[in-house]
Design a protein. Structure first.
Lengths: 148, 94
C-alpha cells in the first residue's frame, strides 16, 4: 500500500488498537456491551497546495480525521471522568512524543490536534454512551505524477 | 388525546397484554408494560431502549435515580415522563 493517507490511517488505527478495538467509518453498529471502542470518523484528504511545472505534480495534502473514544457508563455524570481517561489515552498514543506525533516517522510533519468535542447520548440506550471526539490533521507532501 | 377510563386502563395493563410485567416500586408490586425496542446511539452503538409504562397513580412517587426491579431485572430510572393521560412512562437504565 503506497497511498499516503491510507498508510497514515492504518498506522493510527494500529496504535490505537493497543487501547481498545478500532472501527473505521462508516462502521457497523456494535453492541453497547462491546464498548469501550474507538471510531475513526470524518476522514478527508484534501489538496491544500499544488504546483505543476510540467514535471512531477507536487501536492501538499491535509489528511483530517476524528478519533471518537466511545464508552458506556452507568450514569451520564460518571461518564465524563471515564471518557477523560480514554481521551488521555488517545492523546498519549498520538501526541505524547515525537514518535507518537510522527507515527514512527511515517508522517514527518506530525499530527496536529485541531479540536476536541464531547458527545453524549444518555437517552437512546439502556446505558449512557459517549466520549470525547478528537479532530486531527496531518499535512504531507506527495508526488502523484510523472515527468512528461 | 382522550382520557382513558378504568376499563381502558384495565385492558391496557392486563396480564395477557404483550410486554406485561410487574415492577417493584417503593416496596409495592405494580403492573405495567415493559418495552425493549432495539435502538442506537450516534448510528454506531446499538442496544435496547428500555421503558416501562404504568398507571400514574401507581408510579407517582417514583423519581429519577430510583432503583426498580422489573421482570426480575434491576433498573435505574432514567427519566419520568407523562406521555399519555393517566399513565407514566419510565425510561430505564441497566
Amino acid at each position: 500500500m503506497s497511498h499516503a493517507a491510507s498508510l497514515i490511517l492504518a498506522e493510527v488505527a494500529k496504535r490505537l488498537a493497543d487501547i481498545h478495538p478500532v472501527y473505521v467509518s462508516p462502521p457497523p453498529t456494535i453492541p453497547v456491551d462491546a464498548l469501550p471502542a474507538i471510531f475513526l470518523e470524518d476522514i478527508s484528504d484534501e489538496v491544500v497546495e499544488s504546483l505543476d511545472f510540467g514535471g512531477p505534480l507536487q501536492e501538499r495534502r491535509a489528511l483530517r480525521f476524528a478519533v471518537f473514544g466511545c464508552i458506556a457508563s452507568t450514569a451520564a455524570l460518571l461518564m465524563i471522568a471515564d471518557a477523560g481517561d480514554l481521551c488521555a489515552g488517545i492523546e498519549a498514543m498520538l501526541l505524547a512524543n515525537e514518535d507518537a506525533r510522527t507515527l514512527g516517522g511515517l508522517c514527518r510533519p506530525g499530527l496536529n490536534r485541531l479540536a476536541t468535542t464531547y458527545r453524549n447520548d444518555s437517552e437512546s440506550l439502556q446505558r449512557p454512551v459517549g466520549g470525547w471526539s478528537l479532530q486531527f490533521e496531518c499535512q504531507y507532501h506527495s508526488n502523484t505524477g510523472t515527468p512528461v | 388525546m382522550p382520557a382513558f377510563d378504568s376499563a381502558d386502563m384495565a385492558a391496557f395493563f392486563d396480564p395477557d397484554m404483550p410486554g406485561y410485567a410487574l415492577a417493584e416500586v417503593k416496596g409495592a408490586s405494580v403492573s405495567g408494560i415493559l418495552r425493549q425496542p432495539r435502538a442506537d446511539a450516534f448510528g454506531i452503538v446499538e442496544g435496547n431502549a428500555f421503558s416501562f409504562v404504568g398507571l400514574e397513580t401507581d408510579l407517582s412517587e417514583i423519581r429519577e435515580g430510583d432503583i426498580s426491579v422489573i421482570a426480575n431485572r434491576e433498573f435505574t430510572i432514567g427519566s419520568v415522563r407523562r406521555e399519555y393521560p393517566g399513565m407514566i412512562t419510565l425510561s430505564l437504565m441497566l
